[in-house]
Design a protein around this ligand. Structure first.
Ligand code: NAP
Length: 282
């Protein structure tokens, strides 16, 4: 058999720092195996100070695609050869498809975020997002596209980052009122109460004992949903506190699976979920 007839193994990876928490290799390797595809998916931790140099080096190699996670979803954009319309609007990329050496950026987080709650989207009129990083951008973009969302507050530790996101969102001409706040000064909003509070900060990630990023008690009513994008640990300090208060809670696992599903489809043209579920059935 000549070398030309040996099918090449396609390589995929997740780029981020730190990456211990990531279960993406497990999800994608399973789907590749279920489909019988010759492909591998690995973790590629890149220290922030080496980011640009390492990406330029990777661009000279042969890759099928990447996922991008904390803290690089915004920083990757200037290094790409093209960015799909929605990802450009969001200002964050979590999926890259390498097409004959051209790196094209996509965002599947916004869809992954909406899927697990799509059956109750009508409930969410007043929403609070904690954080203003790459994941918060996708969540905010998803929420302002919903007709019934009347108000959206973006609260972040670094105020100017929240203000920047609010400015970007206002360009879409949404009828919702959108404003920025500091994470430590949310009390003025306690009169209003939120229907949905989303934690898109990394506070609590890999640390079940971390102090919750905020106390939801003064900001929640009896039906508020506390949605933490973190999936490891499955119950963060914020979700534990919310449960104690009798609030509805959701962690980030379903979002993870849905964003992975959409990324897998971008890379392979095939759906991820059906084949993986099928492999689990008797
Ligand atoms: P990112 O771009 O690095 O943003 C991190 C955010 O966390 C920023 O708003 C940052 O605030 C805030 N933050 C970090 N440390 C903090 C602290 N000690 N106190 C208060 N705020 C702090 O990261 P990302 O990509 O948006 O990811 C954020 C989280 O969402 C991560 O835990 C990630 O795993 C999770 N996520 C989950 C999924 C899923 O599928 N379930 C998808 C995407 C993301 P500053 O601006 O002040 O630094």
């Amino acid at each position: 058999m000549s070398n030309n007839s040996v099918p090449k193994i396609k390589r995929f990876a997740i780029i981020g720092f730190p990456l211990q928490h990531s279960v993406s290799p497990r999800l994608h390797n399973r789907a590749f195996k279920d489909y019988g595809m010759k492909a591998t998916y690995e973790k590629m931790p890149i220290p922030p100070e080496e980011f640009e140099a390492r990406i330029l080096q990777l661009k000279r190699e042969d890759w099928g695609g990447f996922n991008v996670t904390i803290p690089f979803k915004e920083r990757i954009i200037p290094l790409l050869d093209g960015v799909e319309k929605t990802a450009r609007a969001i200002g964050a990329v979590n999926t890259i498809k390498c097409d004959r050496g051209r790196w094209l950026g996509f965002n599947t987080d916004w869809l992954g975020f909406l899927r697990p709650i799509e059956w109750k989207l009508d409930d969410f009129k007043h929403c609070l997002i904690l954080g203003a990083g790459g994941a918060a951008r996708a969540v905010a973009f998803a929420l302002i596209r919903l007709k019934n969302v009347k108000s959206l507050i973006i609260a972040n530790r670094t105020m100017h980052r929240a203000e920047l996101l609010v400015n970007d969102l206002q360009r879409f001409g949404s009828t919702a009122s959108i404003s920025a706040a500091h994470l430590n000064s949310l009390m003025p909003f306690s009169q209003q109460k939120f229907d949905l509070i989303v934690n898109s900060t990394s506070v609590g990630m890999n640390d079940p004992l971390a102090t919750p990023v905020i106390d939801p008690k003064p900001l929640a009513h009896s039906k508020t949903l506390i949605y933490d994008l973190i999936y490891k640990p499955p119950e963060t300090g914020l979700l534990k506190r919310a449960k104690k208060l009798g609030l509805r809670t959701l962690n980030g696992y379903a979002m993870l699976v849905h964003q992975a599903n959409a990324a897998f489809e971008i890379w392979t043209g095939k759906p991820y979920l059906p084949v993986t579920l099928k492999s689990l059935l008797r």
